[in-house]
Every structure is written in structure tokens, then in C-alpha cells.
Design a protein around this ligand. Structure first.
Ligand code: CS2
Length: 482
């Protein structure tokens, strides 16, 4: 990196704020903020974004010296494209000053509160969708409403202040990889509000829109090499830059309380119901992402493109899509499903995108229900046993055991990591380990946990992974399926 490269600085004035976004991570900066920037460029409007970090000061420390500006880098083997984004006008750090965040959320000029807080940010039970009132941050926020820690706590307190002041509510726009994410966000918000004040909950239920969305852009974590490459190419330093694929798709239910940016000018699709698009994406993309993450990691691979270029894993993907996943996906308006999965394989093979399997493997206990278990449950309801997806579940079970095929420790990142490992370690043979992990009601719905054929298939797959390894287990699945 050029040692004397100047720091990126904002060109021109910042737009006035009308959006608060919770979760200023890489995906948000590669996705929401880029669409909003382009919508304002095309159709005007003051849709500036106050981004709020609920945990750490990292994003703020990276972006404050740049007045919120940063670079969105589209990666390509034929040459990267840099786009400076100015839609973010400030970054707040909630633990430093929760009142500043609440003031922003209660600002009458704020019309949309959007979320990329990851699956675990909803403090819900993944198997049921209900708010976990015993969650440590939720319990804190119910007792300390003026100094919340959780996204839900901030949203409800801000809505309470708007209601008390006679200010119209904002729209809550969930942009996380969860089925019916708008419905889920509404459900946990109402659960929290009811625990505080029934009248407030009734007002929220009647007045606050929670449109659902499907979001899609592959965005690996930014590395120092990415920052250095940008500095070398563009002549400035930008530690807040994000790198991503060219592809992007945002499908939104068009239900907003006080308007929205002209996102359609940036290519956003507005539909009445996003469920079919969500199911397509969560099961075809995220389901195979997680499958590759666990089986690929156990097989010693590092990235999605490594796996997608490996003939064995490519054959696994093709069979999973054609036989086990697509039969459970309803036809989304305007989509060609076989073409969609063929395009996915091309996206996965893009060697310009170094998407680490370890990154995707994170938080599996929060991801499996919507990525794999829903598909399996739908197949089981038809009397079908999807052996390939059972192998993927078994691979997750092996992964959370914390030891790879070379006997090396795995750095498992998951809210339930300690319990998953402890109970798995103490469970004896494959059947015992599968049994204790299926007993995690936060992950496995009762119908699957008590399904003998599913349990047997996962146990058999777990045994093959333990004795023969991931590659042999995949070969066995493919040859047995032939
Ligand atoms: C990935 C997703 O990290 C993960 O769990 O599966 O972030 C995936 O890259 C995005 O959903 C793609 O749109």
C-alpha cells in the first residue's frame, strides 16, 4: 500500500438523514447503502443514513475520519470497480451513548429503520420465531428501557417515544437472511412491547409496517489485502471499504409508513409478497453455502470457489439443487429456477471472490433452520428422505464438535458453541452425539427431532464422516444416489 496515500474524504455535502440502520457491517455497506446512494443519484431525495453499531466502535472508528464515506469495490477477474458511497452521514456506537441512538430513532425526519443484525440479533428461538425473553440483553432492556442494548429494545423504546410525542412511526425493514423476516421482526417486536405495555404493543401492531425483503449479494469480509489493493488502484486509503460480487438482488414488499427512496431506480424489485423469493434464496443459495461450509471445511478446503471448482462438490451441488432443494421451492414471480441455480454455480466459481468457508460456517445454530431444516421438513412431509441434506446436517454436527479431520481444533463461532461442544463431547458414539444435538430445541423442531428416519440418516452420515471423511461421504451419497 502506498505509505503516503491520503485518507478517503467525502466529496460534497452529506444528504439529510431519513433512515437509521442498525448493523453497519460489510453486507449493509455493500448492499443497502449502495442501492440508496444510487436511488438518490437517480431520483433525488434526502435519504441519508445514520448507521448504528450495537456492539463495537470498529465501523465508527473506520468511517468517522471519512465523514461516513467509504468505497464499495466490485470484484472481478477482469478488474475491480470502485464506487465511493456517501449515503451514510454518521455512525453511532450504541454502548457509548444509547440516548443518541434513541434520539435519532425518535427524530420525526426518520422514516425507515432498517436492520442487518444477523440471525442472532432478533433474540428469537430459531425453531419457533418467538422472542427469548430470557435472553440477557432482552431481560436488561425490559428493565432499563432508556438504555437498551438490543435492536428490539431500541426499536420499541423509540416507538414508545414517538407515540407519546404524537410522531408518526417509522417503517421497520428487516434485511436479514430469515424466512418471512418482516413477520419475524414484527413478532419479536410485539413480544417485547407486550412485556412492557399492552397499549404500546397494540399501537405498534396497528400502525407500524414491517415489510419483508429478500437480500442477496455475496460479500466476503474485507481483508487488509483488499484495503491495500484499493489504495494501490485508487491512490487513497479506505479501511472501511467493502468488497463484493457484481450480482445483487433486493426484493421488497412495498409497504412503507412514510415513503421510501426510489430504490426501483437502482434495480430493486417491489412485490406484494416476498415469501417465494425468500424461500428460493435461503434454500438454494444459503442452504448450499452452509452445506459447502461444513463439508468443505472438513475436507480441508478454504473458500466457496475452491469447493465449486472441485468436481466432487460441484456434483453435490447439482444433485442437491435438482433433487432435494428445488422440489421444495415455490415458483417466484419472474424467476427461472433452473437458470437461477446454474447462475449460482457461476457465482460460486468466481475466483475473484475469496469467500471463506469458515466465515459462512459461523452461527450455524441460527442458520440451519431456514437454510436446511425447512427444506428437509418439507421433504419429510412428502415421505422423502433427502440424504444429501442429512449429510449436510451431520457435517454441521461434526463441525461443532470442534475438531477437524486432521485432528486440529476448529474455531467454532456460534452463540451455542460451548453447549454444543460440551454435550457432543460427552455423548459417546455417533448415535449418542446425534441424539444430544437433535435435542437442541432452539435448532431442531420437534417434528424432525423425533423423526426416526431422519435421525438414522444423520447418524449414518455422521459415522461415515467420522470414519471415512467428508470426500468419501459425499462420494457415497452420489454413488448411492446414482
Ligand atoms: C453467507 C451469506 O455468511 C453466510 O452465511 O451464506 O452471507 C451469503 O453470502 C449471502 O446471503 C449472499 O446473499
Amino acid at each position: 500500500m502506498p505509505a503516503d496515500a491520503p485518507r478517503l474524504s467525502r466529496a460534497g455535502s452529506a444528504p439529510r438523514r431519513s433512515i437509521v440502520h442498525l448493523g453497519p457491517g460489510a453486507f449493509f455497506r455493500a448492499f443497502n447503502a449502495v442501492f440508496t446512494e444510487e436511488a438518490m443519484a437517480a431520483e433525488g431525495g434526502d435519504w441519508g443514513i445514520t448507521a448504528v453499531s450495537l456492539r463495537s466502535a470498529g465501523a465508527r472508528d473506520q468511517m468517522a475520519p471519512q465523514s461516513g464515506a467509504y468505497t464499495s469495490v466490485t470484484l472481478s477477474e477482469s478488474g475491480n470497480r470502485a464506487q465511493v458511497i456517501g449515503a451514510i452521514v454518521e455512525v453511532l456506537v450504541a454502548p457509548e451513548d444509547p440516548e443518541a441512538v434513541l434520539a435519532a430513532l425518535a427524530d420525526p425526519a426518520v422514516k425507515i429503520v432498517s436492520l442487518t443484525i444477523t440471525e442472532k440479533g432478533y433474540s428469537h428461538n430459531p425453531a419457533t420465531g418467538a422472542l427469548r425473553l430470557e435472553d440477557v440483553d432482552i431481560a436488561h432492556d425490559l428493565a432499563n428501557s432508556a438504555a437498551p442494548r438490543s435492536a428490539i429494545g431500541f426499536i420499541v423504546e423509540a416507538l414508545a417515544r414517538r407515540r407519546a410525542a404524537g410522531v408518526a412511526p417509522f417503517t421497520v425493514l428487516s434485511c436479514d437472511n430469515l424466512p418471512s423476516n418482516g413477520h419475524l421482526a414484527k413478532g419479536v417486536t410485539l413480544d417485547f412491547a407486550r412485556a412492557r405495555d399492552a397499549g404500546l404493543a397494540a399501537w405498534i401492531e396497528a400502525e407500524v409496517p414491517f415489510p419483508a425483503t429478500m437480500v442477496d449479494r455475496i460479500t466476503p469480509a474485507t481483508t487488509q489485502a483488499d484495503v491495500d489493493a484499493l489504495a494501490a488502484a485508487e491512490g487513497y486509503l479506505d479501511p472501511a471499504c467493502v468488497v463484493h460480487e457484481s450480482f445483487r438482488q433486493w426484493v421488497i414488499e412495498d409497504r412503507f409508513a412514510q415513503g421510501r427512496p426510489a430504490w426501483e431506480a437502482a434495480g430493486v424489485q417491489f412485490v406484494q409478497n416476498v415469501d417465494a423469493h425468500e424461500t428460493m434464496k435461503l434454500r438454494c443459495l444459503n442452504g448450499t453455502h452452509s452445506t459447502l461450509a461444513y463439508l468443505g471445511y472438513l475436507a480441508g478446503l478454504e473458500t466457496i470457489s475452491d469447493a465449486a471448482h472441485d468436481p466432487l462438490f460441484a456434483a453435490l451441488l447439482e444433485r442437491l439443487w435438482a433433487v432435494e432443494i428445488l422440489p421444495t421451492v415455490p415458483q417466484p414471480e419472474g424467476e427461472d429456477l433452473p437458470a437461477y441455480t446454474a447462475a449460482l454455480l457461476d457465482r460460486y466459481r468466481d475466483r475473484a471472490i475469496r469467500h471463506r468457508l469458515w466465515q459462512i460456517a459461523m452461527d450455524g445454530s441460527q442458520k440451519l433452520p431456514q437454510r436446511l431444516l425447512g427444506t428437509i421438513a418439507d421433504q419429510r412431509a412428502k415421505g422423502v428422505l433427502p440424504q444429501g441434506l442429512c449429510l449436510a446436517v451431520a457435517a454441521w454436527m461434526r463441525y461443532v464438535g470442534g475438531v477437524d479431520e486432521a485432528g486440529q481444533p476448529i474455531d467454532v463461532r456460534d452463540p451455542l458453541a460451548a453447549r454444543l461442544k460440551a454435550e457432543s463431547d460427552g455423548a459417546g458414539d455417533a448415535a449418542g452425539k446425534v441424539a444430544v444435538l437433535l435435542a437442541f430445541g432452539e435448532v431442531f423442531p420437534e417434528a424432525l427431532a423425533t423423526d426416526a428416519a431422519f435421525r438414522a440418516a444423520v447418524t449414518e452420515a455422521y459415522s461415515r464422516l467420522a470414519t471415512e471423511g467428508a470426500r468419501a461421504a459425499i462420494e457415497g451419497y452420489l454413488s448411492g444416489a446414482a
